[in-house]
Design a protein around this ligand. Structure first.
Ligand SMILES: [Zn+2]
Length: 254
């Protein structure tokens, strides 16, 4: 299995000879502007993709499917809508399928529980995109577990550390979990993605699992940096099974 971070939550998963792009945010730096519920006027995304248009085009022509966890612009942006092949299979939670169909995509599968895509079992999981008022504003978010007979990886989506994540890990027993770090924080309430404390709690609770941390330094609400999180992971003795890929980095797991 290979996991290549492009930027933020956009990850290319290469599993069982299939290439699945998760949460495509494909626009140039600054292309979708400021986030609501913040005084931060920086334009998002804060960085460009780690490769140019020609290489992006090569990647996109070789995809087998797209998976979308939710429709926030740092996971599904106007550029993705514009440039992705409208015939590509798209797998997403049921409640957002119709919106994606309305953008002209012809091969959209909304999943309620699970589906099988070319020998890969894909199960939907629940999460909490924050709590209280800000959690309500963020709305529903899901994750997905991708499993073959040999391997299993859980993309938790934009969720904090919560019962739903524990339940998903206990139920599916994945070898790897990809979490949205960065402690994304708005003017109201607590972080809506995992803090480093959340990530450490996950590592402590599940001693076998390897953790891949994404969603860092690419959108303005994120407050914890790559350097800060890796320092905390090192200090707590989890660096042997935590990975914080740089944009463009490809992790290979056997
Ligand atoms: Zn996000």
């Amino acid at each position: 299995m290979e996991v290549q971070l492009w930027r933020n939550a956009t990850v290319l998963l290469h599993l069982k000879d299939k290439k699945i792009l998760i949460d495509p945010m494909l626009g140039e730096k600054s292309s979708f502007g400021v986030f609501p519920w913040t005084q931060d006027n920086r334009l998002n995304p804060l960085t460009d993709l780690p490769f140019g248009p020609k290489e992006l085009d090569d990647y996109l022509t070789n995809l087998d499917a797209i998976v979308v966890t939710h429709l926030h612009p740092d996971h599904w942006d106007a550029t993705a809508i514009e440039i992705l092949d409208k015939n590509l299979p798209i797998i997403c939670p049921v409640p957002i399928a119709e919106t994606i169909v309305n953008y002209g995509f012809k091969n959209v599968t909304g999943i309620e529980n699970n589906t099988t895509f070319k020998e890969i079992s894909i199960s939907i999981t629940q999460g909490l995109h924050g709590i209280g008022e800000i959690g309500k504003k963020m709305g529903t978010v899901n994750g997905f577990v991708f499993s073959t007979k040999e391997e299993s990886i859980y993309f938790a989506g934009d969720t904090i550390w919560c019962e739903e994540v524990k339940t998903a890990i206990n139920l599916h027993n994945p070898q790897y979990v990809v979490v949205a770090g960065g402690a994304a924080t708005f003017e109201i309430g607590k972080p809506v993605t995992m803090t480093s404390d959340d990530i450490l709690a996950l590592c402590e609770s599940f001693s076998e699992i390897s953790v891949i941390i994404t969603h860092l330094e690419a959108v303005s609400p994120c407050t914890e940096t790559h350097k800060y999180i890796s320092g905390r992971i090192l200090a707590n003795g989890f660096s042997n099974r935590c990975y914080i890929p740089k944009n463009g980095e490809n992790l290979t797991f056997n």
